[in-house]
Design a protein around this ligand. Structure first.
Ligand code: E4P
Length: 218
């Protein structure tokens, strides 16, 4: 399963890339707005660093505007994936941009029918938002299971990009369901590393080692 970072912050990405587990990046208008500056320049820097798929989202809401913005975003780098919201204009723009050979991430997916439609218009990625569904007392991971079943039935190539992840259990469940990608905020990536028994075990190993070294020199 691939792991993407869900942030527009270059420093956060720069800190995690050396771990060797980061396969790509997702951004959205909220995340980019937090950064200030020129979004295209930031995306270019991220693409150059990550050398993998980096989703940049359009802010137009009409078909023509989305296509224009999508082409413009794609001109930043070969690594850019154009992100469009799941609306009728977004679906149409996905069909057009995918037809031109661009990669498209259809975002704000909250139902299996939306995922089915995105696959039919050639989306490279579908982004179901599990955390936001959990927030309204609807089990987000059930959506992932449904999409995986539907895509499996028809061998759609669209990859399931689990988005709006809030903690390690989203990642565990996504991996068990065979989701292609999880995009995680940096704090969630950090949480994947933590286990108290690892910390306790390492402390004990080092203490035993130090004790033996001390005994050998006495
Ligand atoms: C995905 O591409 C989105 O940027 C993101 O996962 C949204 O997460 P949120 O619900 O925590 O804002």
């Amino acid at each position: 399963m691939k792991i993407f970072i869900d942030t527009g912050n270059f420093k956060e990405i720069e800190a995690l890339v050396p771990l060797g587990i980061i396969d790509g990046v997702t951004t959205n208008p909220t995340l980019m707005a937090k950064e200030g500056g020129d979004p295209k320049q930031i995306l270019k820097k991220i693409c150059d660093l990550v050398q993998g798929p980096v989703s940049g989202e359009v802010v137009a809401t009409d078909y023509e505007g989305m296509v224009r913005e999508g082409r413009d975003l794609a001109s930043i780098s070969e690594h850019i994936v154009v992100k469009v919201p799941f609306t009728q204009a977004g679906v149409r723009a996905c069909k057009t941009l995918s037809g031109e050979g661009l990669r498209v991430n259809v975002t704000l997916c909250f139902s299996p029918t939306q995922a089915l439609i995105a696959a039919k218009v050639g989306a490279t990625y579908i982004s179901p938002f599990v955390g936001r569904l959990d927030d309204i007392a609807t089990p987000g991971m059930e959506l992932i299971r449904d999409i995986a079943e539907i895509y499996g039935n028809y061998q759609f190539k669209t990859e399931i990009l689990v988005a709006s992840t809030r903690g390690p259990m989203h990642i565990v469940e996504a991996a068990k369901m065979g989701a292609d990608i999880c995009t995680c905020p940096p704090a969630v990536i950090d949480s994947l590393f933590n286990h108290p028994l690892t910390d306790i075990g390492l402390k004990k190993f080092l203490a035993d080692w130090e004790k033996a070294q001390g005994a050998a020199t006495r």
